[in-house]
Design a protein around this ligand. Structure first.
Ligand code: 5GP
Ligand code: ZN
Length: 111
């Protein structure tokens, strides 16, 4: 997808150190962390909304959540963490490439 910052990070056009990578996803640190630890889990294949979901995309997201559960301790999230997927304007989505926020490393405020 042209002009998508996360596609450019996935392709390497924009350099961004990965804390995890496999054939379907990457995990990077958020450039503007909203908690002591703030990661972004980004599926390599571009799609924007959960409502774009089909079997293949559902499999990718399933994989993402399984990996998150496997690597959480390596990421320093052993005391718990928050998972957020912002969707659309009211959801506060600023990058139109679906991604999963992982926040933790400290007690998070209620929202
Ligand atoms: P959204 O608001 O779409 O749910 O989340 C987008 C997130 O991506 C924001 O938290 C923002 O700080 C982060 N972000 C935007 N551009 C970059 C970038 O170039 N590198 C990294 N690591 N994070 C980015
Ligand atoms: Zn993209």
């Amino acid at each position: 997808m042209e002009n998508c910052v996360f596609c450019k990070i996935v392709s390497g056009e924009i350099p961004s150190p990965r804390v995890y990578e496999d054939e379907q996803m990457i995990v990077i640190k958020d450039i503007e962390p909203k908690a002591k630890l703030h990661y972004l889990c980004i599926p390599k294949k571009h799609f924007t909304y959960l409502s774009d979901m089909d079997e293949k995309k559902a499999d990718v997201l399933k994989h993402c959540f399984q990996v998150i559960a496997e690597i959480k301790n390596d990421l320093g999230l052993y005391e718990g963490y928050r998972v957020i997927i912002n969707q659309g304007k009211h959801g506060g989505q600023t990058v139109p490439h679906l991604h999963i926020h992982l926040l933790g490393g400290e007690p998070l405020k209620d929202f």
